[in-house]
Design a protein around this ligand. Structure first.
Ligand code: CFM
Length: 546
């Protein structure tokens, strides 16, 4: 660690302000990273207590289960009408604030992304029930838009008053048999964080959509990209690269996607998993039911992008594809290296801290490495132990009441559509090439020893980090942005990219280098003084004049 304070001292500094009971809980969520052992030749990490309830009163960075289901997993699909059953605020805040972009192929293709559908629940709906209003909203949406599919998202009051959204969905589907209508019980309180909403979304899309279609995009190398949401146009850059390589992207879950792509996604031969946390359920279920193998990729960072492309080529094991992928990498890299040469000397040796949802605090470390910057502290809002320590810990994770709340589907091979793509020997051969089928090694084994890993960071701990580490850059979201910047540290939003991007792929890396150089070398942050620093606070005391 570049600062004088050690990670252990930093941790103690954070804990000392807490009451004993709170400190005992947080202690298990703040871990000094060590490579404690090894698993199949790779370092393993110390255990971390995560995916647990946030302590009431603490200013957490987390969102809710509804946000994970509607905002994250389904939101980026452009031609499903997404009706939010609930008060208008829930709808408004899940409406494009994440900057998930979309681009229909033809101007006449449906695109509902710019609309915000809500039942706008009022007090009388809470008292008398909201199902009637929901039915009306569905009828109105179908009459106006004629969508192929329509889904319903439950917000907290829906669960509290007991509206049966699934019954309404069934009833409406009987009335409109051409529209696939399904509902999510993703009330905000359904889990300890957004993560519960991801799981709920995965389950329903798997049971009610995947497998229903047969729209096969042409190509020899057909695949899906799971866990890529087209924030700031990331998917557009990846589409460009895949097309150049001759790879056919059947469906993206769910950046810039369509209903038909989801419905026909079971026809591919490979699933790539980008964000493990939000979509690993889908990858596992598709493998069980259809025999589609999956492996983890990372397209954040130029080196990571090249490596992921090489893994795809190795998987298909086709000399022509391999040659084409190598040619694409050779063509793309000069511009990336030129940008690195420009920006790296200005960023080298500076430090970053990164606190994001459930995968970016890992992925973005590759981009910072390319700039010569160290990630001295990182963590997630809602990741599970496998995202921190690697999937080999999965059998040891204790299932608690909150996780048991979310249905775990039993999936069996489809009698007609299951097809084995890889034999045991194929899998072993791929492993020899460094491709870990169904594997993810997690954030901690890849981070330096002595880095401080913090789960579910809060404002108090963020203040200690700023004060003691004085990082050159803080990466988090809008809730943190202005608090941190008032302390003189620039904050890069890595959820929605601060109106910039894309950052994925080769061109994305160039954009990122430029942006980070601009931020870590900007002086305004250090010149700005918060109002209370300029004019000292008024001091007052109570006095009793008898
Ligand atoms: Fe996956 Fe995401 Fe993330 Fe996520 Fe998110 Fe996001 Fe995120 Mo914000 S799906 S876990 S729930 S990579 S919206 S695109 S940036 S918290 S690290």
């Amino acid at each position: 660690m570049s600062s004088k304070i050690s990670a252990e001292e930093l941790k103690q500094e954070m804990l000392k302000k807490y009451p004993a009971k709170v400190a005992r809980k947080r202690e298990k969520q703040i871990i000094v990273n060590r490579h404690v052992g090894e698993f199949e030749g790779r370092p393993t990490a110390p255990p971390i207590a995560v995916n647990s309830r946030t302590i009431p009163g603490i200013l957490s960075m987390r969102g809710c289960a509804y946000a994970g289901c509607k905002g994250v997993v389904l939101g980026p699909t452009r031609d499903i009408v997404h009706i939010v059953h609930g008060p208008i605020g829930c709808s408004y805040y899940a409406w494009l604030t994440r900057r998930n972009q979309t681009r229909p192929e033809r101007e006449t293709d449906p695109n509902y992304m710019t609309y915000c559908f809500s039942t706008d629940m009022q007090e009388q709906d809470i008292i008398y029930g909201g199902e009637k209003k929901l039915r009306k909203a569905i009828e109105e949406a179908i009459a106006i838009f004629h969508p192929k599919a329509l889904d319903i998202f439950s917000t907290c009051p829906v669960g509290l008053i007991g509206d049966d959204v699934h019954a309404v969905a069934r009833e409406m589907e009987a009335k409109y048999p051409d529209v696939n209508i399904f509902a999510f019980s993703c009330e905000g309180y359904k889990g300890v964080s957004q993560s519960a909403g991801h799981h709920i979304a995965n389950n329903k899309v798997f049971t009610d959509v995947v497998g229903l279609g047969d729209m096969r995009k042409p190509g020899k190398f057909r695949m899906n990209l799971l866990g890529e949401y087209n924030i700031g146009g990331d998917s557009f850059e990846l589409d460009r690269i895949f097309a150049k390589c001759g790879l056919t992207l059947q469906a993206t879950f769910s950046g810039n996607s369509t209903y038909e792509e989801f419905a026909s996604s079971h026809t591919v031969d490979l699933n790539l998993v980008m964000c493990h946390r939000s979509i690993n359920y889908m990858a596992d279920m598709m493998e069980k039911k259809y025999g589609i193998p999956w492996f983890k990729v990372n397209f954040i960072g130029a080196a990571a992008t090249a490596k992921s492309l090489r893994h795809i080529a190795a998987y298909y094991d086709d000399p022509e594809l391999t040659a084409r992928v190598e040619a694409v990498i050779a063509e793309e890299m000069p511009a990336v290296l030129a940008a690195q040469a420009r920006h790296r000397p200005r960023c080298e040796g500076k430090t970053a801290v990164m606190f994001l949802g459930g995968s970016r605090a890992h992925h973005y470390q590759d981009l910072f490495k390319e700039l010569g910057m160290d990630t001295v502290s990182a963590g997630y809002e809602f990741a599970h132990r496998d995202d921190y320590e690697g999937r080999h810990v999965l059998p040891t994770i204790k299932v608690d009441a909150d996780s048991r709340n979310i249905e775990e589907l039993t999936v069996l091979p489809d009698p007609e559509q299951y097809r084995e793509r890889l034999s045991a020997e194929d899998k072993a051969a791929l492993k020899g090439k460094g491709i870990l089928m169904n594997g993810y090694e997690g954030l901690m084994p890849e981070m330096a020893e002595g880095a401080l890993i913090i789960d579910d960071l809060n404002h108090h701990e963020a203040e200690v980090l700023i004060d003691k580490l004085k990082p050159a850059l803080f990466c988090a979201g809008i809730k943190e942005k202005y608090v941190i910047q008032k302390s003189g540290v620039p904050l890069k939003q890595l959820h929605n990219y601060d109106y910039s991007g894309p950052y994925a792929g080769f061109q994305g890396a160039v954009n990122f280098y430029q942006e980070i150089d601009r931020m870590v070398n900007a002086t305004p942050f250090t010149l700005v003084k918060a109002p209370w620093q300029e004019s000292p606070e008024l001091n007052a005391a109570y006095a009793w004049v008898g």
